[in-house]
Design a protein. Structure first.
Length: 117
């Protein structure tokens, strides 16, 4: 966890990329999603943060996946109903899995490019 940027413009030391949002960090060669748990939910969930592998070494893909996870998690937290950590993690994993399946489907639907001999 030595690569966690503090904000979109400032970085903790060392920083993978100065433009990475605070919920996106590089660990080894894979990007991870990270979000700080609001204070009022820390006792309920027993955690200060939630982390999830985005399963990609590509920054652009990681950023797109992280933004969707961030939006989903933010709406789940602000929705008013007190979801447990297990349900939150299940929702995040389900969303990530559907994103991976959609990317695979999109890639498989592309036309093959052939080069003349």
């Amino acid at each position: 966890m030595d690569r966690l940027p503090q904000s979109a413009g400032a970085c903790a030391q060392p920083c993978a990329r100065p433009s990475s949002p605070s919920y996106l960090y590089l660990n080894g060669n894979l990007y991870y999603f990270r979000i700080v748990v609001p204070r009022e939910l820390r006792k309920l969930w027993g955690r200060k943060e939630i982390r999830l592998s985005l399963r990609t070494p590509h920054r652009r893909k990681a950023r797109a996946r992280a933004m969707l996870l961030f939006a989903e998690l933010s709406s789940a937290i602000s929705g008013g109903n007190m979801l447990g950590l297990t349900e939150i993690r299940r929702r995040m994993n389900t969303l990530l899995q559907s994103l991976l399946e959609q990317e695979h489907y999109d890639f498989s639907q592309r036309r093959s490019v052939t080069f003349p001999d």
